[in-house]
Design a protein. Structure first.
Length: 135
């Protein structure tokens, strides 16, 4: 995103986080019921990749394209998905009954999700700095 709005690097990072949070919030809201809105927050060539742990809990290894990713997201456990900070960036934590199952790490460009990594491998999960965000 760069320094398009001037100011300090810290201000720019907060602004970037605000925009990322907005996109991830829209993703979660849309995944819970508005398919067209969900497709709108996804880049048409979006790619969702799942690590071995995520594949073991039922996710596909890779899904490509906005419609396919939207269909998959709408089917998954979005009722127990929460907005979170993942290593300082906006993402999603899926934790049914409070048990961490999967984390979604997003790459966002131009206000749209271009990539998402589903992480469920216990070793990788332990390496993440996670914090669930309140709305």
């Amino acid at each position: 995103m760069g320094m398009a709005y001037g100011g300090s690097h810290k201000t720019c990072l907060r602004y970037d986080l605000f925009l990322m949070r907005e996109v991830v919030d829209a993703f979660l809201a849309a995944a819970r019921g508005d398919f067209e809105a969900l497709v709108e927050v996804l880049n048409q060539n979006v790619v969702l990749r799942a690590d071995n742990g995520a594949v073991r809990v039922g996710l596909l290894r890779e899904v490509r394209g906005a419609s396919a990713v939207a269909r998959r997201a709408a089917k998954e456990r979005t009722r127990v998905a929460l907005l979170a900070l993942l290593n300082g960036a906006a993402g999603v934590v899926v934790a049914p009954r409070g048990r961490l199952l999967v984390v979604l790490d997003f790459t966002i460009r131009g206000g749209k999700i271009v990539e998402s990594d589903a992480i469920a491998d216990p070793t990788r999960l332990h390496q993440l700095d996670l914090a669930v965000l309140d709305h």
